[in-house]
Write a protein that binds this ligand. Sequence first.
Ligand SMILES: Cc1cc2nc3c(=O)[nH]c(=O)nc-3n(C[C@H](O)[C@H](O)[C@H](O)COP(=O)(O)OP(=O)(O)OC[C@H]3O[C@@H](n4cnc5c(N)ncnc54)[C@H](O)[C@@H]3O)c2cc1C
Length: 298
Amino acid sequence: METFPAIITPFDESQVQAAVICSKKSGIQIRIRSRGHDYEGLSYVSRAPFIIIDLFNLRSIDVDIKNESAWVKSGATLGELYYNIAQKSKVYAFPAGTCPTVGAGGHISGGGVGTIFRKYGLASDNVIDARIVDLNGRILDRKSMGEELFWAIRGGGSSFGVILAWKLRLVPVPPTVTVCDVTKTKEQGATKFLLKWQNIADKLPEDLFLHSVVGSSDNTITVEFGSLFLGRVDKAVQVIQENFPELSLESSHCSEMSWIQSVLDSADCWLLDPRILGDFAEAPAIQLLLQSKIRLGD
Ligand SMILES: Cc1cc2nc3c(=O)[nH]c(=O)nc-3n(C[C@H](O)[C@H](O)[C@H](O)COP(=O)(O)OP(=O)(O)OC[C@H]3O[C@@H](n4cnc5c(N)ncnc54)[C@H](O)[C@@H]3O)c2cc1C
């Protein structure tokens, strides 16, 4: 593997253009990093000489509730996006992933699956415009890049240019959503439940997202069934009981909350204040959480 001679951290778009033009002239490859969550390290590893353009400084978010849209720069995290939407309205959301520290740049260019995707599709399905720097250092928007390139950047990965920002379509959510959670052990027939879930999960009403996580606890195998329902608890329980009666789900397995609180719940930070999403890395609460995790790992 090559080491990189430079990490460029642009503060404005012209610096991204300069980095692209210079690296092209010098015959050096570019790796683009928004928030560095790539599972294979594609944003910071290469076999050829390369530089990293790291976009973490380009992270502003402009939410326009009246027009049901938002511009988000690539270096913003999903948590920052969700928080900024919730600051403006409790009844709008964006359908993207559950991990608040993932970057908008990498996530949306690869698709983006989250808890409301059954109703609203992938994050990339909800992009209505974008600004990119192309191979020649030009800044293009949807109109100037044309529909073919605009199609490619929404799910086709990272090789079409540097995404500077996305314009997103916001989607409506009710003021109260319901999250439910039931865990079954191997002794309770977890395998049977998993089989049933596989057969019904994609046929449920689109307001209901029901996922399963296989794990282990107390020397046994567990399957956790977690759900998000776009509505109140009584309806959530009714829909799950109708479609998956074997689960024996009751309202005591569920909690009503706002959509932004459900974001924290999905990220296993349910006790925390949504304000931590606004600046995830800096917030005192998340620092405490990280420190406690580090201590646990010692
Ligand atoms: C803990 C964790 C939880 C996750 N949860 C979910 C989830 O709930 N749903 C889901 O769908 N996915 C999830 N993912 C996957 C995640 O969406 C992808 O790995 C995503 O590509 C990460 O984006 P990033 O900007 O943080 O990563 P980066 O490593 O910065 O980038 C990922 C890829 O996109 C390219 N790229 C980044 N920014 C740009 C840009 N501005 N222009 C062009 N190309 C760019 C990079 O070169 C690289 O190839 C998760 C990943 C992790 C590690």
